[in-house]
Design a protein around this ligand. Structure first.
Ligand SMILES: Cc1cc2nc3c(=O)[nH]c(=O)nc-3n(C[C@H](O)[C@H](O)[C@H](O)COP(=O)(O)OP(=O)(O)OC[C@H]3O[C@@H](n4cnc5c(N)ncnc54)[C@H](O)[C@@H]3O)c2cc1C
Length: 589
């Protein structure tokens, strides 16, 4: 048995990296994700981050009443936006050579976390600019485009917006109708209508997606300036939450774009849009973490102050349970958002599944945490005079935009099925003759994972000896879960083949399991790092958090995998179809 003192040596020898081969996709083959040791923040960011965070707190602490008033009046006044510019918040992720602060993705996420600790709308105004509005320019812009725009975007003289959604095209982004027609001289004529564009009313720089009449009508991406003839912006939308952040339509009528307005390659617009959204996910994740920390802090204060039945309500077990589960969710979210930031900063090629998991988990955790904070506050929570209801209203959008959580779940499951299917095909080639149908013919992964599960029992600590001793049991739980998960993935792939694309309820269970296992591993890796750094005694609370998160994963994954075999899907689907046809039809009287 390896002792706790040896763990650092193990890390240093990269033993862990040799044992563990891949991240979320690997989970679909039963592998433990290679996220140990948990990444450290980039040291180059630390000093800058400290200064930025201090100035955010200094400014926003003084704005408490103004922020409530912005929400009430659904507007951020010009002088407030100007103050955000002066704080440098529009240039956080822009390299220093273009006048920005040049933070890493992980650092940027931390900045948005700090902003969101004060206000969701401000976090969105800043986040939509950096995460999606001008991210295409950073990722795909040529030198001339960067030199022209980044300095203005860094100061906030130009605020950016991302224009993909249209009246007829939301989740099905590939179906957009906005069109850019190429002219003989290489210029383009842009026509179309975009809706619900964050920062639309205040942006001068638009990243616009349009169908181009080359390459079979595929999408391309363009830079469009607000002042160009034919660009118009609608009135601010009235919304449920993030009310102060400005949302509007943006319309393009015969806008003439020069050839150099094309961003990235012609015909690659869909890929560009998806990469921007993936790359921007640390912003949304950081914002969710900040809002959760704020909600927990407010709920804690209320639980300590409010007395009922002669006691502070915090003394009741149900309130303690709420605070504990809120905390575990916030910690787990922060752990996974940190991993995604590190993957992006280390220029990992494919982090789209990890990013999708972080978006789903962050948004749903915040929705739970905000709601529970409001519940702890009781009637006070419902009153607009207090901050709870605004946190709940502001957090709801995160489950919808930047890819709905339903679409992202399907993406996670289908990508994983494809990866597992390709792996099975690959193995099929290696032992040709055994396989009549490479996908349906053979239980390679199933046999492998069954063996792995049997090795894991009874406690499964053996493969996780590199972890601090109190965490080995949790490593074993996750290891066994991922083996069971991969076995079920193979069964699904063998049963349905390509037809799995139509099996949404199965895909949802598989995605939920992948999310839960990966979140468990992310939390475990972070806590392992803390135990290595601080020692077991000082990490007792974090070990409890790992226990809560991982045992929750175990319960959820067990339930979801069981649901693959035993479920009410046929009845549920036929009831859903009936309701679609004739609606709800029962009255008691
Ligand atoms: C406040 C706000 C700000 C926004 N900011 C921007 C922005 O800056 N730029 C931008 O381009 N867009 C923006 N959007 C648009 C946002 O990205 C879209 O709302 C989102 O992509 C979902 O599209 P939709 O609303 O048309 O929903 P739909 O696609 O119509 O989906 C409706 C429901 O059906 C589900 N659904 C759809 N397809 C499937 C399927 N195949 N299987 C199962 N379920 C499915 C969805 O998950 C959802 O629950 C914003 C939206 C809002 C509300």
């Amino acid at each position: 048995m390896v002792q706790a003192k040896d763990h650092i040596a193990l890390y240093d020898k990269n033993t862990v990296h040799l044992v563990f081969m891949s991240k979320v996709k690997g989970l679909f083959l039963g592998q433990t994700p290679s996220i140990f040791p948990y990444p450290k923040p980039l040291s180059k960011d630390e000093e800058t981050l400290r200064l930025v965070i201090e100035s955010i707190d200094k400014f926003l602490d003084e704005q408490k009443e103004e922020l409530a008033s912005h929400d009430k009046h659904s507007s951020q006044p010009d002088d407030y936006i100007q103050a955000l510019r002066e704080l440098g918040l529009f240039g956080v992720i822009i390299p220093e050579e273009y006048g920005g602060i040049g933070l890493s993705n992980a650092g940027y996420s931390r900045v948005l976390q700090q902003v969101a600790r004060h206000d969701g709308s401000t976090s969105l105004t800043v986040g939509a600019h950096s995460s999606i509005g001008m991210k295409g320019l950073l990722l795909f812009g040529n030198e001339a485009q960067k030199a022209k725009y980044l300095p203005k975007l860094a100061t906030g003289e130009f605020i950016a917006a991302f224009c993909l959604t249209e009246p007829g095209s939301g989740s099905d982004a590939a179906s957009i109708k906005t069109e850019a027609k190429k002219q003989p001289d290489g210029s383009w004529i842009l026509n179309g209508d975009k809706i619900w564009i964050t920062n639309g009313p205040i942006a001068q720089f638009f990243t616009v997606f349009a169908r181009t009449n080359s390459d079979g009508g595929q999408l391309s991406c363009f830079i469009v300036e607000r002042d160009q003839k034919g660009v118009s912006v609608g009135p601010k939308e009235s919304k449920m939450g993030i009310k102060a952040s400005a949302t509007s339509t943006v319309a393009f009528s015969d806008v003439v774009l020069p050839p150099e307005a094309l961003l990235g390659e012609e015909g690659k617009g869909f890929k560009i849009a998806m990469e921007i959204l993936n790359n921007g996910r640390t912003g949304l994740g950081g914002g969710c973490v900040g809002a959760m920390k704020r909600a927990i802090s407010l709920a804690r204060d209320h639980a300590n102050e409010r007395k009922q039945f002669g006691k502070a309500i915090g003394e009741f077990a149900i309130i303690k349970e709420k605070l504990a589960l809120m905390t575990a969710a916030a910690f787990a979210t922060e752990s996974i958002v940190g991993i995604v930031g590190d993957l992006i900063d280390s220029r990992e090629e494919d982090y789209s599944l990890e990013a999708a998991i972080s978006k789903i988990y962050a948004s749903e955790s915040l929705w739970m945490v905000g709601n529970e904070a409001l519940q702890i506050a009781g009637g006070t929570g419902f009153m607009s005079e207090y901050p709870f209801e605004r946190i709940v209203r502001d957090s709801r959008i995160n489950l919808i935009f930047e890819g709905t959580n339903e679409i992202l779940r399907l993406y996670i499951a289908l990508s994983g099925f494809k990866y597992a299917g390709d792996y099975l095909k690959g193995v099929g080639k290696g032992v040709s003759g055994l396989f009549r149908d490479p996908i349906k013919g053979f239980g390679v992964m199933y046999d492998y994972t069954q063996k792995k599960i049997s090795e894991m029992t009874p406690i499964g600590r053996e493969s996780f000896e590199f972890l601090p001793i109190p965490l080995q049991e949790y490593g074993g739980i996750l290891g066994a879960l991922s083996a069971q998960f991969a076995g079920q993935v193979e069964k699904v792939v063998r049963t349905y083949g390509n037809g799995v694309i139509g099996q949404q309820l199965i895909s949802k269970r598989i995605a939920d399991s992948a999310i839960s296992i990966f979140v468990g591993f992310a939390t475990l890796a972070r806590v392992a790092r803390l135990v290595e750094e601080k020692g077991e005694d000082s990490s007792a609370l974090e070990i409890k958090i790992a226990q809560i998160v991982i045992n929750t994963s175990k319960r959820l994954v067990t339930e979801r995998l069981r649901g693959l075999r035993a479920n009410d899907d046929p009845s549920i689907l036929s009831l859903g179809e009936e309701i679609l046809k004739d609606g709800y039809r029962w009255d008691l009287f």
